[in-house]
Ligand binder design. Structure first.
Ligand code: MN
Length: 229
């Protein structure tokens, strides 16, 4: 008999920029290969294959500038800088023209990946869960309300490791725009307030080792810095 206490679980949440409020997180969805140069570096043809999705558990979040624990079972932990959309509304079969109306705010994200486990899963036709959804795999900065920063569809997105530029792109290079991503995802699941959507990463993904300092900048959202513990 364990001593687990049955009680309402503590909600997973993110800080809201410029406020004491918290953004309660429901689910974490991620879109794969949404920048052509990254699709090419992973060995795929980026010619607008339909968007595809995977997810991470909500409690995989590393909120704000907390240290990132180096995960077990990998020799190839990699960074993926991404714009994150935080939903304040939901729905099924959302029309792209209405999709941005569901977005409550935006945040800086890092879709951490055990690339060696992902490569093995791809080769064997197995799920990506242990490659993408491990503890601490979803780094996310404070949520900036749309009311403060507006909608974000373009502008530089960069990631430095120990001061050296690794990833650089422009959010206008997304193969599927955020409204198209929301519309496509809402055809698979009913979206809900609190859902996060990681919108894909530009080229330059690479390895992280303990002690590295990861600095991410996204136009309109400032900077996020995390150290690999
Ligand atoms: Mn990603």
């Amino acid at each position: 008999m364990s001593d687990y206490v049955i009680d309402p679980p503590a909600a997973v949440s993110l800080p809201v920029a410029g406020s004491e409020a918290r953004f309660p997180v429901r689910r974490i969805f991620c879109v794969g290969r949404n920048y052509a140069d990254h699709a090419r570096e992973m060995g795929h043809d980026p010619d607008r294959e339909p968007p595809f999705f995977f997810d991470k558990p909500a409690d995989a979040l590393i909120a704000g500038e907390a240290a990132i624990p180096f995960p077990p079972r990998t020799d190839q932990l990699e960074h993926e800088v991404e714009l994150v959309a935080a939903l304040g509304g939901g729905g099924r079969d959302v029309d792209p023209a209405d999709a941005l109306g569901l977005v409550w705010g935006y945040a800086i994200g890092n879709d951490l990946t055990r690339r060696d486990l992902q490569a093995e899963a791809k080769k064997l036709g197995r799920p990506w869960t242990m490659a993408k959804g491990f503890d601490g795999s979803a780094v996310c900065g404070p949520v900036h309300p749309v009311a403060d920063v507006g909608h974000i569809a373009a502008g530089p997105i960069t990631l430095h490791v120990n001061g050296i530029l690794r990833q650089a792109g422009d959010m206008s290079q997304m193969i599927w725009s955020l409204p198209e991503v929301i519309a496509a995802l809402s055809r698979f699941v009913e979206l809900k307030p609190g859902d996060l959507i990681y919108t894909g990463t530009p080229a330059g993904v690479g390895r992280l080792v303990p002690g590295d300092v990861v600095e991410i900048n996204i136009a309109g959202l400032g900077q996020l810095e995390n150290r690999i513990a």
